[in-house]
Ligand binder design. Structure first.
Ligand code: ADP
Length: 640
C-alpha cells in the first residue's frame, strides 16, 4: 500500500520569523550599547569647582549627597584635561548617541556659596536628573516590552496548542505555526492514500451498499460517459451504520476500485478550540483535492461537525463555521469535477438538514450489521489472512456471533490466530475460533480468581438454571456451552446459546421464553438455596429491558394493546429508549412490565422444581468439569 502524508509547501512559520528578528535586534542593540558606553567619573569637589570656574559647565544636578555636572557641548576632552589631569580621559565622543562619553559627579559638601558661584558662571542647576535620552534607551524601552510580549504570547499559544493536541504524535509546533498559520496546520491532519489497495472483494456482506457505490466507481473511471449524456453525478453519499460495520472500508474500496487518491479525515479533527481553524482546514482539504481530481474525500464521524445548527445557548461557533464552510465547499465544486465526498456517521438523525439536501450528501447508504451469510463471508475474508486447519467451520462461528459487527469478526479471527500461536500451533483450529468468540464477548478466562466452594456452587446452579430453562422450552435457543470459569469482563460463568439461524422477527412467545431463560439463573438460586444472589443483576437488567419493550414498543400487553409508549433513538448506536407517554401511563406500564416478569419468573421456578433431579445432576457435573459443551449437556438431560 502506497501511503504517504500530504504536505503543502509552507511559508516559514511566524515563530521562526520572530526568533530571527529578535536575534538581529539583539545584535544591533548590543552594538549600540557598546558604542554608547558612558563612563561615570567621580571627581573631587575642588575639581568640580574648577570646572565651573573654567566655564566648562552647562548645568548641574544636585541631590542630597551628590552633584552631577553636564559640560557644555563644545567642551572637548582636551579642554578639561588640565583641570582633570589626575584622570586618564580618552578623547572623542560617542558617534552613535551624540552623547558625551563621561558623566562627572562629586560628593555634596556644605558650601553656602555654591549657588552664588553657579549663578555667577551662568550654570543652570536643578534637583532633577537630566534626561539621558539615548537612542538605545528609547529602543530598549519600546522594543523590549514588545519582544517580551510576543515571546509570552508565543509560549502561551504553544502551550495551548500542545494541550489541545494532547497525545497526538508528531508533537512540536503544528505545521502552520501560530495565529495566521493555524488553519494551514491542517495539511498534516488528513491522510492521503494514493492507492488504498482495498477492493470490493475485501468487503464481505454489505451487497446493497456495494451496489450503490459501484455506480460512483464507474463514474470516477469513465466520467465522459456521464458528461456526454448530461447526467449529474451525486457529489456525496452518507454511509450510515453502527461502529465497525465497514464504512471506512467501503469508502476505501471505492477509491481502490476506481484507482483514485483517498483523502481521509475525521470530523472531530476539523474542530479546534480556536474559531475558524476548522473552516480553514475544510477549505484546505478541498483545495488540495481539487488539484488532484479525480479523488475521494472521506469524512469519518461527520456528526462531529454536521450537527443541527441552532442559536440556543451552548451553540458552538467553531463547529458551525466549519459546517458552513463544508456546505459552501460542497456547493463550490462543479458537479462533474471528479470529486466524490463520502461521509460516515452512526447518528444520522442529528445531522443538519442542509447537509442532506440534493447536491450535497443526498444519497444515504445503510451499512448494516451483517446477517448470518454476511458474517460467514466476513469471517472467510479475514480467514484468508491466516492459516486454517480443515476442521474450521465458519458457518457455526457465524451462528454464535449474532449481532457482531465486521470489526468484531475481524477481531475474532485475529484473536484465534493469537491463541494458536500461544498454544504453539502453526494453524488455527475450530476450537481457537470458538474460544476467541468467548474472549471477544466475555473477556479472557480469569483463572486466578478463586471462588469459595459455596460461591462456585451458586454459580454452577445459576448457569445450569439458564441452560435447563433454555432446553425445556420449545421457543428457546439451543445451548452451545456452559462454564463456571470467571472471565475478565466480570462474568463468573456463562451459558452460551446459539440460534439455529438469524432471526428478524420474534413472536411474543419467543420473547417470553427468552425472558424466562434470563430469569432461570435466579430461579435456580431460589429453588436450590432458597435465596437470591447479586449474580443475577445483568440477567434482571436484560429481562426487564425486553419486557419493557414488549409492553411499550411491540404492543404485546393486553392492557395497552398496540399503543406505543416509547421510541428508540440513536438506533445505530446503543439505541436509547425515550418515553412518549404521560407519567401516569408510564406508571401503569411499569406495573405491566412487573407482571410480565413475575409471570416468567414463576414459570422458571416451576420448570426447575419439576426437573430438580436434572438440575442437581448437571450442576454436579459442571462443578466437577468447570465447562461442559452443549452436546454433553443434552446427553445428560436425555439420560435422566
Ligand atoms: P467503521 O468505519 O464502520 O467504523 P471500519 O470500516 O473501520 O468500520 O471497519 C473496521 C474493520 O473491520 C475493517 O478494517 C475490517 O477489517 C473489518 N470489517 C468491517 N466490516 C467488514 C466487512 N464487511 N468485510 C470485511 N471486513 C470488515
Amino acid at each position: 500500500m502506497n501511503k504517504n502524508k500530504y504536505q503543502s509547501i509552507r511559508k516559514p512559520p511566524v515563530w521562526v520569523v520572530i526568533i530571527i528578528v529578535f536575534f538581529i535586534l539583539s545584535i544591533v542593540l548590543n552594538f549600540a550599547a557598546i558604542g554608547s558606553a558612558t563612563t561615570s567619573l567621580e571627581i573631587t569637589y575642588d575639581e568640580f569647582l574648577k570646572l565651573i570656574e573654567g566655564g566648562f559647565a552647562d548645568s548641574v544636578y544636585m541631590d542630597e549627597d551628590q552633584i552631577q555636572i553636564t559640560l557644555k557641548e563644545d567642551v572637548t576632552v582636551d579642554d578639561i584635561s588640565e583641570v582633570l589631569s589626575n584622570y586618564e580621559l580618552s578623547s572623542g565622543s560617542n558617534w552613535f548617541t551624540s552623547q558625551r562619553s563621561y558623566i562627572f559627579y562629586t560628593g555634596r559638601i556644605e558650601d553656602a556659596d555654591l549657588v552664588a558661584t553657579l549663578r555667577e558662571y551662568d550654570v543652570s542647576f536643578s534637583q532633577e536628573i537630566p534626561a539621558q535620552a539615548s537612542l538605545l534607551s528609547t529602543i530598549m524601552s519600546w522594543v523590549l516590552p514588545i519582544v517580551i510580549m510576543y515571546l509570552v504570547l508565543f509560549l502561551l499559544m504553544r502551550f495551548f496548542m500542545r494541550r489541545m493536541r494532547g497525545s497526538e504524535s508528531g508533537g512540536g509546533m503544528m505545521g502552520g505555526g501560530m495565529m495566521g498559520g493555524f488553519g494551514r496546520s491542517k495539511a498534516k491532519k488528513y491522510d492521503v492514500e494514493e492507492k488504498t489497495g482495498v477492493s470490493f472483494a475485501d468487503v464481505a456482506g454489505e451487497d446493497e451498499a456495494k451496489e450503490s457505490l459501484e455506480e460512483m466507481v464507474d463514474y470516477l473511471k469513465n466520467p465522459d460517459r456521464y458528461i456526454k449524456i448530461g447526467a449529474k453525478q451525486p457529489k456525496g453519499a452518507l454511509l450510515v451504520g453502527a461502529p465497525g460495520t465497514g464504512k471506512t472500508l467501503l469508502a476505501k474500496a471505492v477509491a481502490g476500485e476506481a484507482g483514485v487518491p483517498f483523502y481521509h479525515i475525521t470530523g472531530s479533527e476539523f474542530v479546534e478550540m480556536f474559531v475558524g481553524v476548522g473552516a480553514s482546514r475544510v477549505r484546505d482539504l478541498f483545495e488540495t483535492a481539487k488539484k488532484n481530481t479525480p479523488c475521494i474525500i472521506f469524512i469519518d464521524e461527520i456528526d462531529a461537525i454536521g450537527k443541527k445548527r441552532d442559536t440556543s445557548f451552548g451553540s458552538n461557533d467553531e463547529r458551525e463555521q466549519t459546517l458552513n464552510q463544508l456546505l459552501s465547499e460542497m456547493d463550490g465544486f462543479e458537479t462533474n469535477s471528479g470529486i466524490i465526498v463520502l461521509a460516515a456517521t452512526n447518528r444520522p438523525e442529528v445531522l443538519d438538514q442542509a447537509l442532506l439536501r440534493p447536491g450535497r450528501f443526498d444519497r444515504r447508504i445503510i451499512v448494516d450489521k451483517p446477517d448470518l451469510a454476511g458474517r460467514e463471508n466476513i469471517l472467510k475474508v479475514h480467514g484468508k489472512k491466516v492459516l486454517l486447519s480443515s476442521d474450521v467451520d465458519f458457518h457455526s462461528v457465524a451462528l454464535t456471533t449474532s449481532g457482531a459487527s465486521g470489526a468484531d469478526l475481524a477481531n475474532i479471527v485475529n484473536e484465534a490466530a493469537l491463541l494458536a500461536v500461544k498454544l504453539r500451533r502453526s494453524y488455527v483450529i475450530q476450537k481457537d475460533l470458538m474460544d476467541s468468540v468467548e474472549t471477544v464477548f466475555a473477556g479472557k478466562e480469569k483463572k486466578g480468581r478463586i471462588l469459595s466452594q459455596k460461591e462456585r456452587q451458586m454459580v454452577a446452579y445459576h448457569e445450569v438454571g439458564h441452560a435447563l430453562i433454555s432446553a425445556l422450552q420449545k421457543d428457546a435457543q439451543p445451548i452451545q456451552k456452559i462454564t463456571i470459569v470467571p472471565h475478565t469482563m466480570g462474568a463468573l460463568g456463562f451459558t452460551m446459546n446459539v440460534p439455529e439461524e438469524d432471526r428478524y422477527l420474534l413472536t411474543k412467545e419467543e420473547l417470553k421464553a427468552q425472558i424466562t431463560v434470563l430469569l432461570g439463573g435466579r430461579a435456580a438460586e431460589i429453588v436450590r438455596f432458597g435465596t437470591a444472589t447479586t449474580g443475577a443483576s445483568n440477567d434482571i437488567e436484560r429481562a426487564t429491558d425486553m419486557a419493557r419493550k414488549m409492553v411499550s414498543q411491540y404492543g404485546m400487553s393486553n392492557r395497552f394493546g398496540s399503543m406505543g409508549l416509547q421510541k428508540t433513538q440513536e438506533q445505530y448506536l446503543d439505541g436509547r429508549d425515550v418515553s412518549t407517554c404521560s407519567e401516569q401511563t408510564g406508571a401503569e406500564a411499569d406495573e405491566e412490565v412487573r407482571k410480565l416478569i413475575d409471570q416468567c419468573q414463576h414459570e422458571a421456578v416451576r420448570l426447575l422444581e419439576e426437573n430438580r433431579s436434572a438440575l442437581e445432576l448437571i450442576a454436579a457435573r459442571l462443578l466437577e468439569k468447570e465447562s461442559i459443551s452443549g452436546e454433553e449437556f443434552m446427553e445428560l438431560l436425555k439420560g435422566i
